[in-house]
Design a protein around this ligand. Structure first.
Ligand code: DX5
Ligand code: ZN
Length: 214
């Protein structure tokens, strides 16, 4: 098992009625939580904004990874950092001046990631690979939890692994991750596995272990 493998629960599937209790039942060795921000424009769903991130920030000292599925990430990223995000990822499909956005996010001393939709090719982000902390490969079409894993996205994970060389970016994968698909993703080279509906259905600790042990 690669030592860098991290399971990152997506709070989109957490029991929001019992948020405090649910967060406290996440195993303590989980270091990062994933927050899916959707605006109803870039994706066909609306979730939450900085206020919710702030509430989560008050409930945990873990790292908070905000996945911005929004138009104009340039206009909003700052508010999520103010709310407590430690990681900001934005979709390459939404940016005009990508270098400038990377620079601005890094200036705030948080980690920066670029996200690729299932049909967006790795070539599109090669110029930025020296400047970012992680790449998120979407393994479902963004917008909803509980969708089926798209196997064809694994070739992009492999390509990113081959391209890495001396660079230090992590490869994150998000969508449809369970004990079976997680194993395939790890084999292809993914290090950070985001999982929502699988983790939060039943025993969280056991589900995390099942993903790790395939
Ligand atoms: C989908 C989100 C995912 C989602 C994953 O647009 O980016 O983070 O919460 O949920 P599952 O693991 O159920 O596919
Ligand atoms: Zn996500």
């Amino acid at each position: 098992m690669e030592k860098d493998i991290q399971i990152i629960p997506s709070l989109l599937s957490i029991d929001i009625k019992n948020l405090k209790k649910s967060i406290s039942s996440i195993p303590s060795y989980i270091k990062i939580l994933h927050l899916d921000v959707m605006d109803g424009h870039f994706v066909d769903n609306i979730t939450f904004g900085p206020h919710f991130v702030k509430v989560v920030r008050e409930l945990t000292s873990r790292e908070l990874d905000c996945h911005l599925m929004i138009e104009e990430p340039d206009r909003y990223y700052d508010r999520f950092i103010d709310a407590g995000a430690t990681h900001i990822s934005f979709h390459i499909e939404t940016t005009k001046d990508t270098f400038s956005l990377i620079k601005k996010i890094k200036k705030r001393k948080v980690k920066v990631g670029i996200v690729l939709n299932p049909e967006t090719e790795v070539d599109r982000i090669v110029p930025y690979l020296d400047h970012i902390d992680y790449v998120l490969v979407m393994s479902v079409h963004p917008g909803f939890a509980g969708q089926k894993f798209l196997n064809y996205t694994l070739r992009k994970v492999k390509r990113l692994k081959d391209l890495r060389g001396k660079r230090e970016y992590f490869i994150q994968i998000d969508g449809g991750i369970n004990d079976k698909t997680g194993k395939k993703a790890i084999k292809a080279g993914a290090q950070w596995l985001v999982s929502g509906s699988y983790i939060f259905k039943g025993d969280i600790k056991k589900n995390v272990e099942r993903i790790l042990n395939g």
